[in-house]
Design a protein around this ligand. Structure first.
Ligand code: SF4
Ligand code: SF4
Length: 114
């Protein structure tokens, strides 16, 4: 893995298309009504979550991939972040292995509200 920004940050992916997950679609799935959450202040960009995921469906992406957002607040957050995390919800089984692996407790398992 290469380093960028004078060695401060790891090299991250920049070839992914982000789409908002439809909450109604999420409610209809047979999967547990759970989702993976991230507390960005705790993340140390170690990529262990990507490495450990059995279904390879969590990605640490470059914020540069974001071309537009639903509102300016989201766009500001996205463009000032060190990285953007994407979970492919079609593949994620909510197994929580990434949550257990995260060394800084940045990831957590949340419940989808009814
Ligand atoms: S909960 Fe499991 S399947 Fe989903 S991103 Fe984490 S490790 Fe991967
Ligand atoms: S394992 Fe935790 S600290 Fe490491 S990149 Fe993933 S969310 Fe960030």
């Amino acid at each position: 893995m290469g380093l960028t920004d004078k060695g401060l940050h790891p090299e991250i992916f920049d070839d992914y298309r982000i789409e908002t997950v439809d909450p109604n679609w999420l409610q209809e799935r047979v999967k547990p009504k759970r989702h993976i959450g991230l507390t960005p202040e705790l993340c140390i960009l170690c990529r262990a979550c990507e490495d450990v995921c059995p279904w390879e469906c969590i990605f640490m992406m470059s914020p540069g991939i974001i071309k537009e957002a639903e509102n300016t607040e989201v766009m500001t957050l996205a463009t000032t972040a060190n990285a953007v995390f994407v979970i492919d919800d079609n593949e994620c089984t909510r197994c929580s292995i990434c949550v257990e692996r995260c060394p800084s407790d940045a990831l957590w398992l949340g419940r989808v509200d009814n």
